[in-house]
Ligand binder design. Structure first.
Ligand SMILES: Cc1cc2nc3c(=O)[nH]c(=O)nc-3n(C[C@H](O)[C@H](O)[C@H](O)COP(=O)(O)OP(=O)(O)OC[C@H]3O[C@@H](n4cnc5c(N)ncnc54)[C@H](O)[C@@H]3O)c2cc1C
Ligand code: FES
Ligand code: FES
Length: 471
């Protein structure tokens, strides 16, 4: 059985899970840092990815280029065994590994820390913003800090502190030494503790070997969906190389099921720029660095953000089990409330998005009570193929309007063959009442949901006319 090896702030750690004093396999990185390392700089508030107080920097070798990459995660969502092969940097890291001093000084100068509980997470999110050379303007900084809450409401002074940094070259490049990493093993890793297993397959072959060997083990990907509180046997697919691949052909762009949402934003955003703003509203940067496309779709949630996109693009889900691979249209993948078409033992391998036909207009919008870190009341994704001004094909996909994400078939039928105009979109909105009977819950009443769904059609037209008619 394997030993867990990773670095924290320049120091190698080795954990043998068979020892009685080792942390449990389900231990979070946050709990490990505070209880076992006595590093209390990383704070705990919500314990479920909502506040960013527990933000840390993860460094790892890029699977393709082999170069070091750094990103933030919520350590409360990060399982300890996932650190294998990585280097973790916390607020306590010495400056030769993590240049946070200019940021900390700016926080002091601008009085951006009051009770201080949010400050370590804020500083690390700001660090990654500057390190990745993102523009130092209000909008971009807000985006990078969307996962960090300040209960003392010091946002203005935090913003002022980060804006005051200028382009600090110490953080961007100089001063930091290259990080050490445990050797890459390129094989299946198995941790065992008191009869429980945590397996990290390296490739598809390993994955199906693990499936046979541990039939009761649950597939887990980012641990931000229904796996968040799971404590049993795990097959962690986050390192399966085939599931991390992005393939582009002349006909489609395909994302491996273990690709996270920052990868999805970057890769699909190149072909479909409209998706970038939509995906920016998904969770927070920290959550998007962990949560995966496969986990979102496989959870079968009626309010998951990704299925409406898949429906609007007529995407195809490729799954694999003991009897081989099969393709399932996105429209048939969710079969009921939190139920999907995966048979026992099957795994979602990848999702294929066909490249757009010329003359197709896309749009997506998520309506939630808070812009970030919130589940939608209603989400919407649409594609309208036009011949001149006439709609020749229409796909209108909604989340939050039924037990599963669904297309508005009657409304689509109404618009098809008609001129794409504000007037026709207004008339089409009335058809939505025949397509959906939404329910009332804490995220909105049935009437509110219906109003929002109708307004989404008008937004769709506005997004199109804003780009075409005014040109
Ligand atoms: C703070 C926070 C904010 C969030 N914000 C949003 C949001 O804005 N929008 C949204 O839609 N969701 C949101 N979520 C929910 C969650 O992040 C997403 O649903 C995410 O995509 C789940 O992916 P995961 O990899 O973490 O799934 P996991 O929890 O690892 O897995 C989820 C389920 O899918 C199964 N599974 C995973 N991968 C596969 C596969 N390849 N094949 C077969 N089964 C598989 C697992 O067995 C499990 O049943 C949020 C969650 C948190 C904690
Ligand atoms: S403690 Fe709130 S996100 Fe981790
Ligand atoms: S300073 Fe108190 S939570 Fe931000």
């Amino acid at each position: 059985m394997d030993i867990l090896r990773f670095y924290i702030n320049g120091k190698l750690r080795e954990i043998d899970f068979s020892r009685s004093d080792s942390p449990p396999l389900s231990c979070s990185l946050l709990h490990y840092l505070r209880k076992y390392e006595k590093m209390t700089g990383t704070k705990e508030v919500c314990g479920k990815g909502d506040c960013g107080a527990c933000t840390v920097v993860v460094a790892q070798k890029d699977e393709v280029t082999g170069k070091e990459k750094r990103f933030t995660v919520d350590s409360c969502l990060m399982r300890l065994p996932r650190l294998h092969g990585k280097h973790i940097l916390t607020i306590e890291a010495p400056p030769q590994y993590l240049q946070t001093e200019p940021i900390r000084k700016a926080f002091l100068r601008e009085r951006a820390s009051q009770c201080g509980v949010c400050s370590p997470g804020m500083v690390l999110s700001a660090y990654i913003h500057v390190k990745n050379d993102l523009p130092l303007n209000r909008e971009e900084i807000q985006r990078s800090l969307s996962g960090n809450l300040c209960r003392c409401s010091g946002y203005q002074s935090i913003m002022d502190a980060i804006l005051s940094l200028g382009n600090d070259s110490d953080i961007e490049s100089g001063g930091e030494l290259p990080l050490d990493f445990p050797p890459m093993e390129n094989r299946m890793i198995t941790f065992v503790q008191n009869g429980l297993v945590y397996v990290i397959p390296h490739n598809i072959e390993d994955l199906f070997d693990a499936r046979k060997k541990y039939p009761r083990a649950r597939i887990a990907s980012g641990f931000t969906g229904s796996c968040m509180d799971y404590k049993g046997d795990v097959i962690d697919i986050s390192a399966v190389c085939e599931l991390l691949q992005v393939m582009v052909t002349s006909k489609s762009i395909t994302l491996g099921a273990a690709c996270n949402f920052e990868t999805m934003k970057k890769e699909l955003g190149r072909f479909y720029p409209y998706m970038i703003a939509y995906l920016d509203d998904f969770g927070s940067v920290q959550v998007r660095n962990q949560a995966t496309i496969g986990g979102n779709i496989s959870d079968g949630s009626p309010v998951g953000d990704i299925m409406p996109l898949c429906l609007a693009h007529d995407a195809v889900c490729v799954v694999c089990g003991s009897s081989g691979q099969r393709c399932i249209d996105a429209a048939r993948f969710t079969t009921g409330y939190r139920q999907v078409a995966l048979k026992p033992g099957e795994v979602l391998l990848r999702v294929e998005f066909p490249l757009a036909e010329k003359g197709t207009w896309f749009f997506a919008h998520k309506q939630s009570r808070r812009r970030n870190m919130d589940i939608c009341s209603v989400s919407f994704a649409a594609s309208v193929k036009l011949d001149g001004k006439k709609c020749t094909s229409v796909r209108l996909a909604y989340g939050g309007m039924a037990a599963i994400p669904s297309r508005a078939v009657q409304t689509e039928r109404f618009l098809k063959g008609k001129v794409f105009s504000l007037n026709n979109c207004r008339k089409a909105a009335a058809c939505l009442e025949r397509d959906f009977s939404p329910i009332s819950d804490i995220r909105g009443s049935a009437a509110y949901r219906m109003d929002v769904a109708k307004n989404m059609l008008l937004l769709l037209y506005e997004s199109y006319s804003g780009n075409h008619d005014r040109a």
